[in-house]
Structure formats: structure tokens, C-alpha cells
Design a protein around this ligand. Structure first.
Ligand code: 3YP
Ligand code: ZN
Length: 367
């Protein structure tokens, strides 16, 4: 059993400018760092090295996704605009004013999509059992015609579309545990019954009015999009219950050939952009839950591709913990001061969380 791992130094060079959190540099607020800064991801990679886990992983080299790869999901206009802005000395924005990129940002965004492609191909080829693509910029909000929410290209969707171009019979399920709704991945496959998209997210956080239980796919894909909006505050037990009650049964029924996880660690108890309470051990449990079902239905094949997560100190602990579980290499990077968050009251499943999950479960129906 081998676990693949993608990282490229250029992922840390994606330049989100001197925004003050979300605000473009101006005199409205003192310029600072964009929320989507390199820190959480570069430090995740650094901790993998220092704790030694990286020596047990199979490095996978990303290369830039081709225009053809990107155009399987995105419009020619979107690709052309990103390229044109990227070729200027000031860079540009992927579409909503909060998704900046620097000069040559296109090349890095294409390398992020290419990292997801490389990881998925390594899993499908059997070179590794599972893989984690620690890419940047993220992708799960990007829609065919535009980027948004810090995302430029839809990394996970581009990887899936590439794999399905090579093998049209491939059946893929996505499980997006980023705290925000995986709207872009859902949109890419909304009418496709061969790609089941599942998103667990904080109810109506971002994008607003997106990811309700009632969003279930369209046309031939009706039923093949599943949304599990969870109340703000949900912790480890609530997430495990959602996995057990909605995600795992749906995966067993759909029986994909591979599970793709847009993986954000912004549902953590330390995240500045989410109001959830998941700890590193909660992410380990969810990883185990996915591995158990993957072993039963698809020979363990899982590819995770990195999305959000904005705590520079806690994202690395979540990431290393997930990779420890995926690889079966026992690594414990959780100091007792951090472990104490596992036993706080917000970790307990409460009645309104249970009923939110049960409502999502009741809406699931596909052939
Ligand atoms: C985009 C603008 C406000 C919230 C932000 C969410 C980015 C993210 O982590 N998406 O998964
Ligand atoms: Zn997010």
C-alpha cells in the first residue's frame, strides 16, 4: 500500500497580494495578507518533512494542465481572460474581486490543476493506493465561466474530467469536506449520473444561498448531487454522524471506481473563516470512514486535493494527521494542549445537528 503526495514549491508562490483578509489593498483598511496566503499549506508541507512522514510517501511530480484539460470544464473565455491578466505586470483576479493572482498566476493555477490530475492518474494506474495533492490555488468554487472564492480553475473537476476522457466508463464520487459548499465541482457534473458529488459544509456560509439539501442535480444527474448543510458549530461527532448517515451509505450504493475528496481544513475549530469545531482527530476519523468504504467498493482508491484552511498553525496538524491515516504510518503531531480540544462540549452531537443530518439523508435518492 503506497500513498502518493503532490507538492510543488511554486504552489507557495501563488501571489494573493496584500489584501487585508478579503479587502483589496486600499485605504479602507491597512493592507495585510490575503486569507488565502501560502502559510497554512507551506507549513503543512514543512511539517510532513520534519515529522518524517514524507519519507513514507510516494512523491508525484505535477505538471501544468494543458489547455485541453482546462477546457473540459471551463469556457474558452475564462481560460483566455486568466491567461491575458496573468501576462500583465500586475496580475489579475479570477472573477469576484476576492480571488487575486499575480503575474504568471496562470502557470501556477494550471500547475495546481495538473497536480490533481497527476494524483488521480497515479491512483487509477495503481502506482499508489491513495494520494494527497497539496495544491494551491484551490479549485472547488470555480465554475465553467469564472473563478471565485479564491479559486481559479476547478482542480478536482478537471482531474475527474481528464480521467473520464481516458476512460468514459469511470464512475467517480466526490466527498467535499471543506467548510464551504463545493459548488464548482457540483456544477461541473450536475447533469452527469456517473459522477456523484457530495458536499458537507457549514449551512449557507459561502457561496451564500448555495448547497441547500434541495440542490440534488439536474436532468439525468438528478439525485447525483448530495448536499449536507450542517449548523454552525458542528464538531467531530456531528461530522462522523453525517458521514455514517449520509455519505457512507450513498458511497456504498453508488459504488464508485474512485473517491475524490476536495479537502479543506477550514471546518477546524481554529479556522478564521469557518464556525465549525472539527479537530485533527475528527479529520482522522473521517479519513478512516472513507478508507473503509473505499476498501470495500474501489480497492481503497482515494484522491484528496487540497482546498481551504486558513489557520497557519492548525492546518498542518490536520493535514499530517490525515496523511498518517491514509498511509498507515503512525504519526502523532498533536500536543496535549491541542488534544484537549477533542473533549470539549461542542464535539458532542446535539439534537439540531442530528435533525439537519437526518433531513439531508431523507433527501438522498438515486438509482
Ligand atoms: C471566499 C470569500 C469569503 C469566504 C471565502 C471562502 C473560501 C474558501 O475557503 N472556500 O472553500
Ligand atoms: Zn473553504
Amino acid at each position: 500500500m503506497a500513498t502518493g503526495y503532490v507538492w510543488h514549491e511554486l504552489y507557495g508562490w501563488h501571489d494573493t497580494s496584500s489584501h487585508a483578509g478579503l479587502l483589496p489593498p486600499s485605504l479602507i483598511m491597512q493592507p495585510y495578507h490575503h486569507f488565502e496566503s501560502p502559510e497554512s499549506k507551506q507549513r503543512f508541507h514543512s511539517l510532513l518533512e520534519v515529522c518524517g512522514l514524507i519519507d513514507h510517501l510516494t512523491r508525484i511530480e505535477p505538471k501544468q494542465a494543458s489547455d485541453e484539460d482546462i477546457l473540459r470544464i471551463h469556457t474558452p473565455e475564462h481560460l483566455a481572460r486568466i491567461k491575458a491578466e496573468s501576462a500583465t505586470m500586475r496580475g489579475g483576479d479570477a472573477g469576484d474581486g476576492t480571488s487575486p493572482f499575480g503575474p504568471q498566476g496562470f502557470e501556477i493555477a494550471a500547475l495546481a490543476a495538473g497536480g490533481s490530475i497527476a494524483a488521480l492518474n497515479a491512483v487509477l494506474a495503481g502506482d499508489v493506493t491513495n494520494a494527497y495533492a497539496l495544491v494551491r490555488p484551490p479549485g472547488h468554487h470555480a465554475r465553467p465561466e469564472t473563478g471565485m472564492g479564491f479559486c481559479i480553475f476547478a482542480n478536482a473537476a478537471i482531474a475527474i474530467a481528464q480521467a473520464k476522457a481516458a476512460n468514459p466508463d469511470l464512475r467517480v464520487a466526490t466527498v467535499d469536506w471543506d467548510v464551504h459548499h463545493g459548488n464548482g465541482t457540483q456544477a461541473a457534473f450536475c447533469d452527469d449520473p456517473t459522477v456523484l458529488t457530495i458536499s458537507l459544509h457549514q449551512d449557507d456560509l459561502f457561496p451564500r444561498n448555495s448547497g441547500a439539501i434541495e440542490e440534488r442535480g439536474e436532468g439525468a444527474g438528478l439525485g447525483y448531487a448530495i448536499n449536507v448543510p450542517l449548523p454552525a458549530g458542528t464538531g467531530n461527532e456531528g461530522y462522523a454522524y453525517a458521514m455514517d448517515t449520509v455519505v457512507i451509505p450513498a458511497l456504498r450504493r453508488f459504488s464508485p471506481d474512485v473517491i475524490v475528496v476536495p479537502s479543506g481544513f477550514d471546518a477546524s475549530c481554529f479556522d478564521p473563516l469557518g464556525r465549525m469545531s472539527v479537530t485533527a482527530s475528527g479529520y482522522r476519523v473521517m479519513t478512516r470512514q472513507l478508507m473503509d468504504v473505499a476498501e470495500d467498493v474501489c480497492a481503497g482508491r482515494i484522491m484528496m486535493t487540497h482546498e481551504g484552511g486558513y489557520s497557519p498553525t492548525y492546518v498542518p496538524l490536520c493535514g499530517v494527521t490525515v496523511l498518517s491515516e491514509m498511509s498507515g504510518v503512525p504519526v502523532d503531531v498533536i500536543h496535549e494542549l491541542y488534544a484537549s480540544f477533542d473533549t470539549m462540549p461542542e464535539q458532542t452531537l446535539n439534537d439540531y445537528q442530528r435533525s439537519a443530518v437526518d433531513r439531508a439523508a431523507a433527501a438522498v435518492s438515486f438509482a
